[in-house]
Ligand binder design. Structure first.
Ligand SMILES: NC(=O)C1=CN([C@@H]2O[C@H](COP(=O)(O)OP(=O)(O)OC[C@H]3O[C@@H](n4cnc5c(N)ncnc54)[C@H](OP(=O)(O)O)[C@@H]3O)[C@@H](O)[C@H]2O)C=CC1
Ligand SMILES: O=C(CO)COP(=O)(O)O
Length: 333
């Protein structure tokens, strides 16, 4: 079958390669025409994972029309900040039952809507929508290093369709019906990874990182449950799995960004140097919209937001976490 992959950053490139390896024709949408041209001419992405030879089954283009022609499903891998415009463009181009899976990790700014809610608002028919998330660094996945992921959809048939589409021996896919839980975990773990990066950046240790990860998981679980997701999802690959991967790995842009900001760097510098997206920087704001709406306390997220967006000194705000009133371990759950 032909599959359209929208977004030719690191993750879009890795997923395109995996789908091509599974025998599918892939139409890969790249924002820049020169990137699409280079992929077609050299079978390498000049900007992301450029050391990996790409399959000849991948045909890149910078127009949606070209990548969607003949496609039977779309895989969305753009930054979450542009998901509404992607959904609106797609809505005009495909049928009402065309399957779409969102692999971006984030929450919409302003509305606090989750990716599948944004796509449903623009495209309708939530039953053909799904989300994919797990401990999935693109640089490992594209090399066939084993991992797993969760594919969640409100519709069992759609979940199974995408579960089978992506599954390989090295990429084990698990189906779920907890779309809210998977999406919230995906956005949340990036914020906690920034917190861990900041913590190492100011000289704190492995115990501190473990505490941030564990209390971050508690914070994540409180919000997931209050928003209607399942607590168990937080213990799965999209929750604990991705949290552990992102908070402990040097691959993580969010963790590296946290370390850099603690050492005096800025978001602009990081993005300019890497031309990559740091989803946790936006998510520490957008998750607050949900926390306010549902009346959930997010102390670690608050601290990350104040460091990233308000120029707070990490050492000072760390004290706001450690001086909170003593309580039971699982309050609010
Ligand atoms: N990298 C990873 O390991 C994983 C990433 N993800 C998620 O996938 C999503 C995409 O990230 P990733 O693939 O890493 O991207 P990268 O950080 O590797 O690259 C950024 C991508 O976003 C594109 N982009 C930037 N601005 C816009 C815009 N205004 N409109 C459309 N595209 C734009 C860039 O295009 P250009 O090159 O033209 O600037 C580039 O393709 C994120 O939500 C991320 O959290 C999920 C799992 C793993
Ligand atoms: O989502 C990811 C791994 O699952 C990628 O994390 P970073 O964006 O922090 O690199």
């Amino acid at each position: 079958m032909k599959v359209a992959v929208i977004g030719a950053g690191s993750w879009g490139t890795a997923l395109a390669q995996m789908l091509a390896g599974n025998g599918h024709d892939v139409g890969l949408w790249a924002r820049k025409p020169e990137v699409a041209a280079a992929i077609n001419a050299e079978h390498r992405n000049p900007r992301y994972l450029s050391d990996v030879a790409l399959s000849e089954g991948i045909a890149a283009a910078s127009s949606y029309e070209d990548v969607l022609r003949g496609a039977q499903a779309a895989v969305i891998v753009t930054p979450s900040s542009v998901m509404r415009e992607v959904a609106a463009t797609l809505a005009d181009a495909v049928d009402a039952d065309f399957p779409v899976i969102v692999c971006s990790k984030g929450v919409e700014e302003g509305s606090g809507l989750l990716p599948v809610e944004v796509f449903e608002a623009e495209m309708g028919n939530a039953a053909r929508l799904a989300v994919l998330s797990g401990p999935n660094f693109a640089s490992e996945v594209i090399r066939g290093i084993p991992t797993g992921t969760v594919v969640a959809s409100p519709d069992e048939g759609t979940a199974t369709f995408f579960q089978e589409l992506f599954a390989t021996e090295a990429f084990r896919t698990y189906a779920s019906d907890d779309v809210i839980g998977v999406e919230l975990c995906a956005a949340f773990k990036n914020v906690i990874a920034i917190a861990v990066g900041v913590s190492y950046g100011i000289g704190y240790g492995d115990n501190t990182a473990a505490m941030l990860m564990t209390r971050g998981l508690a914070e994540m679980s409180r919000l997931v449950v209050r928003c209607g997701g399942q607590a168990l999802t937080c213990m799965g690959l999209a929750g604990t799995g991705d949290l552990v991967a992102t908070c402990t790995s040097e691959h993580s842009r969010n963790r590296r960004f946290g370390k850099m900001i603690a050492e005096g760097g800025t978001l602009e510098e990081f993005v300019e140097r890497t031309h990559m997206v740091v989803e946790g920087a936006l998510a520490c704001k957008t998750l607050e919209t949900l926390a306010d709406a549902y009346g959930v306390e997010l102390p670690i997220t608050d601290v990350v937001r104040s460091v990233v967006w308000e120029g707070a000194d990490p050492r000072d705000v760390a004290k706001t976490l450690t001086s909170r009133p003593l309580t039971t371990e699982f309050y609010g759950l």
